[in-house]
Design a protein around this ligand. Structure first.
Ligand SMILES: C[S@@+](CC[C@H](N)C(=O)[O-])C[C@H]1O[C@@H](n2cnc3c(N)ncnc32)[C@H](O)[C@@H]1O
Length: 297
């Protein structure tokens, strides 16, 4: 299912007709964090009240566009947890989990408080009962001293410490989009592993996934491989070019094929995955492209 990419301000575009055709089943919300970062089209230094009012309006619009029981995953800095939860509550969402994403990177040191080592992702639904929630199982390495191998993995909990953030250095690897000089094209690109977990947990094949701040289009690239429909909204035209090229080129680094085994302890995984699992020809077409995407910016 080819993703739909919309260029413009998500707040206005959420009023558009495209959302009248099918209700949204899952939204990933990874907005600018309002910490005075350099964005081409966006002031990332709004007064606090204005920023959170804007976020609340967007959450309310998404709520109206969402199917009963549909889900939202709102990612933010841990220090803003209080505002995120309030914003979701005031726009009608029902809180389910506060996910701690411990990003496998070094902590940001603090002189007068503990170093900061995680980001939060608030998971909420429209109504009390999620429309879809697949209890995924993973099999992380056993902690030292454990005597027995697990028979069948463990359920994913609300602490996600097995997904690495794409940092500027070595660990960003091939997955990070880069310009011809090797610099990262977008510093906030989310890892495909993160979106894979979110989409697998909260949707079925054929559902509609929304990313209102699409950035480099990570959500769309994963949704397409999982046979979910998707809409991405992005305000910056340079990022729109990145997204369109990323969808068209099918880079090997975006292929989710090798991640199937991470969830192989999950009952019924092939049906949740939605594309006959790793045998699917469409996903394999990602795996067979060796091109590393570059864009002349
Ligand atoms: C934190 S980044 C998202 C990164 C994304 N998760 C990814 O994997 O690439 C936030 C994005 O929101 C975009 N943005 C800022 N204001 C926007 C608005 N009003 N409507 C739509 N997109 C906006 C920015 O240009 C930026 O690319």
């Amino acid at each position: 299912m080819k993703p739909v990419v919309l260029c413009g301000d998500c707040s206005s575009l959420l009023d558009g007709v495209v959302f009248e055709q099918q209700a949204v089943d899952l939204t990933f919300l990874d907005p600018p964090f309002n910490q005075d970062k350099r964005y081409n089209e966006w002031n990332d230094n709004l007064p606090q009240g204005e920023y959170w009012g804007w976020m609340r309006d967007i959450c309310a619009k998404i709520y109206d566009r969402t199917s009963d029981g549909g889900a939202i995953y709102f990612m933010q800095r841990e220090k803003n947890a209080e505002f995120v939860l309030r914003c979701l509550r005031e726009s009608g969402w029902t809180f389910q989990n506060l996910i701690v994403w411990k990003k496998k990177t070094s902590a940001v040191p603090g002189m007068r408080r503990f170093g900061k080592h995680y980001q939060i992702i608030a998971f909420a639904t429209k109504g009390k009962r999620p429309r879809v929630f697949h209890r995924l199982r993973i099999n992380p390495p056993l902690p030292p001293g454990y005597k027995y191998e697990r028979e069948n993995g463990v359920f994913v909990t609300d602490v996600w410490d097995d997904i690495r953030e794409l940092t500027s250095g070595y660990f960003a690897g091939d997955e990070a989009l880069r310009d011809p000089s090797g610099n990262r094209s977008h510093k906030q690109q989310s890892p495909i592993q993160l979106l894979l977990r979110i989409i697998l947990s909260s949707t079925n094949p054929g559902d509609l996934v929304l990313d209102a701040f699409a950035g480099t289009g990570t959500t769309l690239v994963v949704a397409e491989q999982l046979n979910r429909a998707s809409i991405g909204i992005e305000i910056d035209k340079i990022n729109i070019e990145l997204i369109e090229k990323r969808i068209a080129e099918k880079r090997k680094a975006d292929c989710i094929l090798s991640l199937f085994k991470d969830y192989e302890c999950t009952p019924n995984l092939k049906a949740i995955w939605g594309t006959d699992g790793p045998d699917n020809k469409f996903i394999s077409s990602y795996g067979h492209s060796d091109k590393q995407m570059t864009l002349n910016l």
